[in-house]
Design a protein around this ligand. Structure first.
Ligand SMILES: NC(=O)c1ccc[n+]([C@@H]2O[C@H](COP(=O)([O-])OP(=O)(O)OC[C@H]3O[C@@H](n4cnc5c(N)ncnc54)[C@H](OP(=O)(O)O)[C@@H]3O)[C@@H](O)[C@H]2O)c1
Length: 338
């Protein structure tokens, strides 16, 4: 039965630096009724992604900024509660770029599609391994990076949702894979659970110490960097790249809450005739079914594992989101709304 109240997590001011709780507000409003061409979705889970931090700023990006007073945009999975669109029936599971709110009133768009929960390891896997982070890892490795046996791949943010899958997929292609993560527990998980060849704990290390650790873990230099973090991780990595290395910029999370750090050692790109380029998963939208099928097959064969960190309740949206920035998430960060 449809509840009478739609609890929503609103943006009320643009964060300066690290988001504060007062930048957001929880608000209860009436549950809307869909008109012709509209669907009411009961959101069961919301994906908490580092990308949301970028959408909080009034800055040019691949999507417009979240307007002040609007609910915080997020990918969600949920069930159709009521429908004014023939092809969506009440009870259908759907996924879309909606918001952190109990109910979303949407007009079907390119981001919204039905999901077959019986064809996935779990409902939430559509926000993790089978969702944007898994697809980022899949197309990042199999299309953009294409590492070969004998090459060395360095992954930052390696114990996270994207990084952990990147490392496993690069290993499946025969590369030597080294991960950078925060703390001994996460580093142990890199080698013991995700099969990385070596792990580096970046915490407490400046650029020189990190560069030294990378030199030890990558004795043959680095052929591919899968960059999720930026800052000193990227600076240190660039000191050890090989001739014609490729640096794939997937994310720069260490810089999202502060001023851009800038890449200090880009002169190494000249010396090593290396390439550094950006990667955006949205550019692969027309190939998502192919990526999801490949990921599902690898999971089914037991060749790929993934982890989810599920926090409960919309009232915990702020602390759960901030876990992405203090590193206390252990896997894909998901908020359970129902
Ligand atoms: N380009 C694309 O299309 C695309 C798509 C998806 C994600 N991404 C990017 O991929 C990266 C990872 O995203 P995710 O969803 O997989 O998140 P995640 O890795 O599961 O979680 C974020 C992790 O980042 C690390 N971190 C946070 N602040 C840091 C800092 N200052 N220095 C070093 N590490 C820090 C923390 O791990 P530790 O405990 O190890 O510090 C934290 O657990 C992000 O940069 C994100 O923006 C890009």
């Amino acid at each position: 039965m449809t509840a009478s109240v739609n609890r929503r997590f609103l943006l009320v001011s643009r964060p300066e630096g690290s988001p504060r709780e007062s930048d957001f507000r929880l608000e209860d409003s009436p549950v809307p009724t869909p008109g012709p061409g509209e669907i009411l979705i009961r959101n069961h889970y919301a994906s908490l992604d580092p990308a949301i931090r970028g959408w909080l700023d009034d800055a040019p990006s691949y999507l417009p900024p979240i307007a002040i007073g609007d609910p915080v945009r997020a990918s969600t999975i949920g069930t159709v509660e009521a429908s004014g669109v023939d092809r969506f029936k009440p009870g259908d599971w759907v996924m879309g770029l909606n918001a952190i709110e109990a109910y979303s009133l949407v007009t079907p768009n390119d981001f919204m599609h039905p999901i077959d929960v019986s064809a996935a390891p779990s409902v939430t896997s559509y926000l993790s391994a089978m969702g944007a982070v898994g697809l980022t890892a899949w197309f990042g490795v199999s299309d953009a990076m294409q590492p070969h046996p004998g090459q060395t791949v360095l992954v930052s943010g390696a114990a996270g949702a994207v990084g952990s899958m990147v490392g496993q997929l690069a290993k499946l292609r025969g590369a030597r894979v080294v991960g950078i993560a925060g703390g001994a527990t996460k580093c142990a998980r890199l080698t013991d659970r995700y099969g990385f060849d070596a792990a580096i704990d970046y915490r407490g290390k400046d650029e020189a110490a990190l560069a030294e650790a990378i030199a030890t873990a990558c004795p043959d230099g680095i052929d591919h960097v899968f960059e999720n973090v930026g800052g000193v991780c990227l600076d240190a990595a660039l000191r050890h790249i090989n001739q014609d290395a490729q640096i794939l910029l997937c994310g720069l999370i260490s810089e999202y809450n502060g001023d851009p750090h800038g890449a200090r050692n880009i002169w190494q790109l000249i010396v090593k005739t290396a390439t550094m380029r950006g990667f955006l998963i949205a550019r692969y939208a027309d190939r998502f079914p192919e990526g999801s099928q490949a990921i599902a097959a690898l999971i089914g064969e037991g060749k790929l594992v993934f982890d989810e960190h599920i926090e409960q309740g919309i009232d915990n949206a702020y602390p759960a989101f901030m876990r992405l920035f203090d590193g206390t998430n252990d896997g894909k960060m998901i908020l359970k709304l129902v």
